[in-house]
Design a protein around this ligand. Structure first.
Ligand code: SF4
Length: 378
């Protein structure tokens, strides 16, 4: 049985200006109790699903900034994972912030079975890093990736962003070139989204946020999608590019209907067709676990129609696309019977490729992905 585990670490040194993820700065005093509660949740929930489904195919520790935790707490978490979820997890990823790691930290991760690292870099330009509230410099990002390689990691990813205030097409090109020079295996690249409650949203409302013009952002998007494949990074999802065989199996699972168990505050789970969400409040999370209560609750029960739509547009995010065989196996209905008309309309507009296997986005379809996904609402 293929399944994954996501573990959330809700701590950051400082809140980046664009970020609305469930993560908090200045909560060092909660780290110890959080680690203990998390290890307990791993022992109870993790073990129960391992007994049911065997060792997970993937484990992903994300955040927040997992590496904001002192190495001793990280060791406790890795030990709990090995004890209750199993050792030799085929793909075991930890997100790293370059401002929080060194060679010793990488050794700790490696000893705990971690075999993939995802670095939140966002840009290889010091001015931009400052402008978006990152805690690290370009030099530290480069040094972190090199230290990981020296420690023996051979499966590395960097996150980059485009559409940032003050960013030019040349900056995007330089960041991609730098990632290429660092010989990483995977690049995730996201366009800036203005999210409520962030520093950027506030600056915007005060007229203090100057973003690149739409045509400049579009030129960045076009450059990224042309350049990365030329450099040997194939696009396998809307925002994700990898060298052959280095796709994130964990993230692919989210789009391919693979069940996952989420542990930690704000973690989401997808188990036996139902979605659950753990409380995002760190103190409430610790309290619930310590009193033997479950940290999670069922999200609203989805309708059969909603399940079908979600299956369709999650699959469409990937290069593999929406498979006729998988659709029929899941819903006992033919894909064409439900989406035949939608698929042929979108094919005529050059947004979808349709064949005997199913359908997938064209290059144009990827660009207007949100519009295409909306067409799959029933
Ligand atoms: S380090 Fe990551 S999670 Fe933390 S504030 Fe920045 S973007 Fe958000």
């Amino acid at each position: 049985m293929q399944w994954g585990v996501y573990i959330h670490i809700p701590f950051c040194r400082q809140k980046c200006f664009y970020c609305d993820f469930p993560s908090y700065a200045g909560r060092e005093q909660q780290m110890k109790a959080y680690t203990e509660a998390l290890c307990q949740e791993i022992a109870i929930q993790g073990l129960s699903y391992r007994q049911k489904w065997g060792r997970p195919a993937t484990v992903y520790i994300g955040g927040g900034t997992p590496t904001a935790l002192p190495a001793a707490y990280m060791t406790e978490i890795l030990t709990a994972i090995a004890a209750h979820l199993g050792t030799d997890v085929p793909e075991f990823t930890v997100e790293c912030n370059p401002g929080t790691v060194d060679r010793d930290y990488f050794k700790v991760l490696q000893a705990g079975g971690v075999n993939r690292l995802s670095f939140g870099v966002q840009s290889f330009n010091d001015k931009l890093l400052k402008r978006i509230g990152r805690i690290h410099s370009v030099e530290e990002a480069v040094a972190a990736v090199r230290a990981a390689q020296q420690a023996g990691f051979t499966n590395l990813s960097v996150d980059l962003m485009y559409g940032l205030p003050g960013q030019t097409l040349q900056d995007v090109a330089d960041s991609i070139a730098q990632a290429q020079t660092l010989a990483v295996q995977h690049i995730s690249i996201y366009g800036l989204q203005l999210e409520e409650g962030t520093v950027f949203a506030r600056q915007e409302s005060q007229g203090r946020l100057v973003l690149p013009a739409d045509d400049e952002t579009e030129a960045m998007y076009d450059y990224i999608n042309e350049k990365l494949p030329q450099l040997g990074f194939a696009r396998y999802e809307v925002s994700n590019f990898a060298r052959p065989g280095k796709e994130s199996r964990h993230n692919l699972g989210y789009w391919q209907d693979v069940p996952y168990l989420g542990l930690g505050a704000a973690a989401h789970s997808y188990l036996e067709g139902r979605r659950y969400e753990n409380t995002a409040d760190i103190a409430a999370y610790i309290n619930r676990i310590n009193t033997g209560a479950s940290a999670g609750q069922l999200e609203e029960e989805p309708t059969p129609q909603h399940i079908m739509e979600e299956f369709a547009f999650l699959a469409l995010r990937t290069a593999e696309g929406l498979s006729r065989e998988k659709f029929a196996a899941k819903f006992n209905r033919e894909l064409s019977e439900v989406y035949g008309r939608t698929m042929s309309d979108l094919e005529k507009k050059g947004l979808l490729t349709v064949d005997e296997k199913g359908c997938r986005l064209t290059a144009k379809g990827f660009k207007y992905g949100n519009w295409v996904f909306a067409e799959f609402l029933l």
